[in-house]
Every structure is written in structure tokens, then in C-alpha cells.
Design a protein around this ligand. Structure first.
Ligand code: IVH
Length: 670
């Protein structure tokens, strides 16, 4: 190949690989197979090895991790990296607005953007001509450390920006973080390696960024969300913070999807509570909500307090309240994987406006490490985002009558032997048909399959009445059978049967997730279903074939193969298939279907579809669903109690449609 052709091919490969990367990590919509990705990647690596002059700073091959550095260079930020003031309640938030309104009265009506405050490590990414030039830590705010080689290994940091309208030189600020699952896995690995675990995801993220060997950083699998731009002396193509977030996303930056725009502080109070309630469902740590004055013009007018904090933004934090109460008893619940989950039965106590009478104790190691005893006075907390936890005993209040905890040798539900795997903190009931386990796994199934009206209590009642033994039995329930149970009338029985039958249509990915195979959550299930397409193909795949999928490791592959190896599971699947459940994944419909190329936002409660169903319907018809309304939105689908999204759609002149209209559109021929 001639020099010019080689350079052009290298450029094309870089473009293809980064596009695939963005589709995979940021949009969560893979465009090419893993094998294809690997092939392109290797081709580029080989080209660059032969022609080192073709290696550009934005080459995805850098993501593998450069050679270790001896030390980090210092980097002076274009504009200092500020921190944020905190508000711990509505009063403090109102006082903040009052102070601002004295300087700039318009703030009261200018609108606020609310963003989830990610609990990670702050970084600044410098882009020159749309290409990542340097990435730095916050340091003391004025000067940070140059950790470019490490930040290049963060899969969703864009190396080259999309579009054209970026400022020539700008610093994009964001938060590098650990997913909750990665953080837990990292600490398990560290414990096995007898290294001290990280106290929290923030420390872990900061520590991982400051590794001299980028390969270590890469192995940590950090992620990033971006939320701020500094481009002194240059014009930004947006006027508000909310538009800025959308612009960042268009350039290819990951933006936390739950941000919203509210017209005033009264609405902000309300939405902040709602955001806070979402925290437990997020796969990353959130330690508050950042409230930002929306128009960027007002940011300049408000300025900063000293050189520390901007006036135009504040962090609304949820202080976890701690209470002391008596631990009456330690009980154990058996989870769907058979894991024994110890929890504390407490003398009821009010924490943060809620009466708490049980709290998790996590695992037996923890009870022993903290020496928590029955009869102890204990400190209990309910951090805005989590289920109540026992922090530890108040030793000074011991009387000597407290009972030390003893690990069970037998399952508290079925009396089978308890297994203590040496490589895990959890203990397991050895009986795969333990009733505790079955109850939890059926509840998990109904939740994932989106069967409305079939929660914990009803599943328990069905099991107790021997109307079901496993998830397949659900599909043989009739209104007649349900009417034998307390709490059912003709109408509600029919509704439940309808909901159960409707769940048969769920795609293979949802069914795989619902089956509760160890390590197979929503993400892994999607990867498996997309790769293999049918249950049969997956069942016939080898561990190696499964593990070869990008994003699926050995642990998942072995768990999946192990699941299909069990005769009991194979029988269950046969029954489910006979009962008419969907064993196929719909193939990517992008570019096809009546909604191809259209972008929808869903808000409010719809009359008949659940949110998940509406999204599925749009995607199956070839459309895209995003979280926030922008000028690019084709239409906003609204139900009852729509909030700020509706206002925004109206302000932008975006079409607003109802469920009936969506159904018409989705069924229309393209
Ligand atoms: S705005 C001038 N927005 O929280 C801009 N910060 O406690 C100041 N953080 O240093 C930051 N999520 O590292 C902003 N959506 C968000 C954030 C966020 C996390 C971090 C950031 C900042 C720290 C302040």
C-alpha cells in the first residue's frame, strides 16, 4: 500500500472504531459485532506498528494503555476548577436563591437545571481542534496532575469530538466514577489479593486515576459523566446549562441522563425529592443534586465567591440521619441465589420521616467485624439513597446480657447445610429448591418481566396455596384459580392473568434477565441475546464462545453454561417455550420500521402502556428513545402528571403526542 492510502485507511479505522465505541458505551446501542471490532482494532494496531508516524493522539489504540510514567506532570487549568457550596435542606436552598436575587433579580424566574451529583473524582479534559489533548485531575483547583494517558483508557472519554461547532480550545469538566457493581467487584478482588478495600467509590476513582501505569487504570474500568465547559474568550453554541448538556452529548460526551429543567425553585424542591428517590436504582454513586441557574449569561453576572465556588450552582445534599435504637434479633432471609442475607429486627425508630423496624446487616463477616450482638444498642442510618443499615453497636451501653452472633450451619428456611465458599463473603443455602429461594426468584422474575400486580405478597400467597411451584406455573393460572385466594375479585383476577399472558411477548433479553442466572443482569442479558438471537443458539454455545463477547467475562459465561447444564432448568425452559414465551431477540430495527430515524421522549403515566413497554414499542418500530427533550426530538409522548418535559417541549415547539397517537404511528407502514 502507498503512504497516502495507508494514512487514509488508518484515519478511517480510527473513525470506525471510535464510532463503534461511542455506540457501545455511550449510546448502549452496539453497531458492530465484537469480532468485527477486534478485527478493525488489530488492523489499526498493525498499521501503526509499521508506520509509527501515523499514530495520532486520538487513536483508539491508546486506550489499551501507554507505558508507565515515572511521575505526573503538573497542569495549570485554563480556568480554576471550583467546588460547590452545599445546601442540606429546602431552607438553605431558598436562602441561596435569596442571596443571588439580591445581585441578579432575574434568577427567580430564569429556571434551574437539576443534575445528579456524581460521587467520583473531578477531571478536566482539554480539547484542541476537537481532539483530546490533555486530561487532568482537579488537584488544588488551580493546578492538577496530567493524567492524559490514564484518561485515554476510560472507554467513554471521547478522543475526537463529533460535529464541528466546538470551540477551538476548551476544557470539559466531568466526574470519573465507578459503577456500583464494578466498585463491589474491585473490592472483592482486593480482599482476595489481601489488599485493603477502598472506603468508597470516590477514593477508588481518584486512586485509579493516579496510577503511574495506565494499564492498571484501564483494568479498573472507570467511566465518566461530563457537565461543564470552560472556553475563555470563545463563543459557545448554547445559551443555557440545559442546552449545554445536550450539546455535550451531541459532541459525544456521556451526560448523566436524569437531568431536568424546572421553571423555579418551588418546582425544584419537588423534583429534587424525586431525583433522590431514583438514586438507589442508579448503577453509580450519587451524593446529591446540583442545582444550576439555567441561562449562562446569568452565570457571568453572578460570578464566584472568592475563587472557590460559583454563585450560580449549589449542591443539594441529603444528610443521612443516624438514630440509636435497640437491636432485638438477628434474622436471616434467603435470597434468590440462595445467599443468606442477615438483617436486624429493631425496636421501631423514626429516621428521616420514616419508621424503620428492620435494617440490613449485609453479611456474616460484617456482623463479626463490627461485633454486632443481639440486644445491643446500635446506630442505624437511612442515607437518602439506601435501605436502612446498622452502622455498629454503642459499646458503652452494653450490659453484658447481649448475645454474640453465631454463624448458622443450617438454612433458617429449609434446614439444609449452609455453604461458605472460601472466595466470597456471602454464605449460601445448599438446597436449590429451598422455598425461600424459590419465593425470591419468582418475585424477581415477575418484576423483570414487568408483570404488574404480582409482587412479593401475592407470589407468597400463590406458593402457600400451592397454585404455583415455579415461574412456568404462572402462565397456567386462570381467573378461576386466582378467585380461590383472598383479595381477588373477578376483575382483578382477569387483569392479573392478562398481565401474565402479556409478558410472554417480552424479548429474549428480558427473559434471560428474569431467569436470575447468576451474574446475568440486564446488561449481560442484552449482550447475550443480541449475540445469539435465540435461546437455542445460546444453549448450544460453548463457554468459550460466550466469554468471547465483549463485555461478557468468564464468570458470566460459566454461569450461563452451568444454568443450561442443569436438567431442571432445561425442563423449565422447555415448558416455558411450550407455553408460548418468546425465545427470540428482535433483530436491530434501526433504519427500518415506521419510526426509523425518529427520536422520542416519554414522560408521565400513560393510560395503558407501562414506560418500559412504550420504549420497547418505539424501539421495535425503529425509533430511538432519549431522556430529555431537545430541538432534535421528533415528539414528546405524554401521559398523566407530565412535568417539566412538557413545558420544555412546548417552549421548543416540539410535537406532543398521546399514547393513542403513538400506537397509530408505530403500526403504520413505513
Ligand atoms: S458543577 C463550576 N455538576 O462535585 C462547576 N459538579 O462538590 C462546578 N460534581 O468539583 C461543578 N457532578 O467534581 C457539577 N453535575 C455536576 C456534578 C459535579 C459531580 C462534582 C464536581 C465538583 C464537585 C463539587
Amino acid at each position: 500500500m502507498k503512504g497516502g492510502g495507508t494514512a487514509a485507511r488508518a484515519a478511517e479505522l480510527r473513525r470506525l472504531l471510535e464510532r463503534a465505541n461511542h455506540a457501545y458505551y455511550v449510546l448502549d446501542k452496539p453497531e458492530i459485532s465484537d469480532a468485527e471490532y477486534d478485527r478493525l482494532f488489530r488492523e489499526l494496531q498493525e498499521l501503526e506498528a509499521k508506520h509509527p508516524e501515523l499514530r495520532t493522539p486520538d487513536s483508539p489504540t491508546h486506550r489499551v494503555g501507554a507505558e508507565p510514567a515515572a511521575a505526573f506532570k503538573k497542569h495549570r487549568h485554563l480556568v480554576p476548577m471550583l467546588s460547590l457550596a452545599n445546601a442540606f435542606n429546602e431552607v438553605e436552598l431558598t436562602e441561596w436563591e435569596d442571596r443571588n436575587a439580591r445581585l441578579v433579580p432575574e434568577v427567580r424566574t430564569a429556571g434551574y437545571t437539576l443534575e445528579v451529583k456524581i460521587d467520583g473524582a473531578a477531571v478536566s479534559l482539554t480539547y484542541e481542534g476537537g481532539v483530546l489533548a490533555t486530561g487532568t485531575t482537579r488537584g488544588n483547583g488551580v493546578e492538577g496532575e496530567d493524567v492524559t494517558a490514564n484518561l485515554r483508557t476510560v472507554v467513554d472519554v471521547p478522543l475526537r469530538l463529533k460535529g464541528r461547532n466546538w470551540p477551538k480550545r476548551m476544557e470539559v469538566r466531568g466526574e470519573v466514577y465507578f459503577s456500583k457493581s464494578r466498585f463491589a467487584a474491585l473490592n472483592r478482588e482486593r480482599e482476595q489479593a489481601e489488599e485493603p478495600p477502598f472506603a468508597n467509590p470516590r477514593n477508588a476513582a481518584a486512586g485509579s486515576l493516579r496510577q503511574l501505569d495506565p494499564k492498571i487504570t484501564r483494568a479498573r474500568r472507570l467511566r465518566i459523566f461530563c457537565f461543564h465547559i470552560e472556553a475563555p474568550g470563545q463563543k459557545l453554541p448554547v445559551d443555557t446549562q440545559h442546552e449545554l448538556l445536550e450539546q455535550l452529548a451531541l459532541w459525544g460526551f456521556p451526560v448523566e441522563p436524569h437531568h431536568t429543567l424546572v421553571p423555579d425553585l418551588a418546582r425544584a424542591h419537588h423534583e429534587i425529592v424525586k431525583l433522590g428517590e431514583l438514586f438507589p436504582t442508579l448503577d453509580y454513586g450519587a451524593d446529591g443534586v446540583v442545582v444550576k441557574v439555567n441561562p449562562l449569561k446569568l452565570h457571568a453576572e453572578l460570578g464566584t465567591v472568592g475563587a472557590r465556588e460559583p454563585r450560580w450552582a449549589i449542591a443539594r445534599k441529603f444528610a443521612p440521619e443516624v438514630q440509636i435504637t435497640k437491636l432485638l434479633e438477628i434474622r436471616i432471609n434467603v435470597g434468590r441465589t440462595g445467599a443468606l442475607n442477615p438483617y436486624a429486627v429493631l425496636e421501631p425508630v423514626e429516621i428521616g420521616g420514616v419508621t424503620v423496624s428492620t435494617a440490613t446487616l449485609h453479611n456474616f463477616d460484617l456482623i463479626e467485624a463490627k461485633d454486632i450482638r443481639e440486644g445491643d444498642w446500635v446506630e442505624v442510618t437511612r442515607a437518602g439513597e439506601v435501605i436502612p443499615q446498622v452502622l455498629g453497636p454503642v459499646r458503652e451501653r452494653r450490659t453484658g446480657k447481649e448475645r454474640k452472633f453465631k454463624r448458622p450451619e443450617r438454612c433458617p428456611v429449609c434446614n439444609s447445610k449452609v455453604e461458605y465458599p472460601s472466595d466470597e463473603v456471602m454464605a449460601y443455602c445448599s438446597n436449590v429448591s429451598c422455598p425461600g429461594r424459590i419465593l425470591e426468584s419468582i418475585v424477581y422474575f415477575t418484576a423483570v418481566m414487568d408483570i404488574r400486580g404480582l409482587g412479593y405478597e401475592r407470589v407468597r400467597a400463590l406458593l402457600d396455596a400451592k397454585l404455583i411451584k415455579d415461574v412456568a406455573d404462572l402462565y397456567e393460572l386462570t381467573p378461576m384459580k386466582l378467585l380461590t385466594l383472598e383479595g381477588f375479585a373477578e376483575k382483578s383476577a382477569q387483569q392479573l392473568v392478562d398481565a401474565i399472558q402479556a409478558s410472554k411477548k417480552q424479548p429474549l433479553s428480558t427473559l434471560l434477565h428474569a431467569l436470575g442466572i447468576r451474574h446475568v443482569g440486564a446488561g449481560a442479558a442484552k449482550l447475550l441475546a443480541r449475540q445469539f438471537g435465540t435461546m437455542k443458539a445460546l444453549r448450544n454455545a460453548s463457554v468459550e464462545q460466550i466469554a468471547a463477547i465483549r463485555g461478557v467475562g468468564n464468570a458470566i459465561a460459566e454461569a450461563v453454561a452451568g444454568f443450561f447444564d442443569e436438567a431442571k432448568n432445561r425442563k423449565l425452559l422447555e415448558r416455558l417455550e411450550k407455553l408460548g414465551l418468546n425465545f427470540k431477540e428482535p433483530t436491530a430495527t434501526e433504519g427500518k420500521g415506521p419510526l426509523a430515524g425518529q427520536v422520542y421522549v416519554v414522560t408521565g403515566t400513560l393510560p395503558s402502556l407501562s414506560r418500559a413497554k412504550a420504549i420497547q414499542l418505539i424501539e421495535a418500530a425503529g425509533g430511538h428513545v432519549v431522556d430529555s427533550v431537545s430541538r432534535k426530538t421528533t415528539a414528546l409522548l405524554v401521559g398523566a402528571d407530565a412535568g417539566s418535559k412538557l413545558e420544555r417541549a412546548k417552549a421548543l415547539g416540539v410535537q406532543v403526542i398521546d399514547e393513542a397517537e403513538l400506537l397509530r404511528r408505530a403500526r403504520a407502514k413505513p
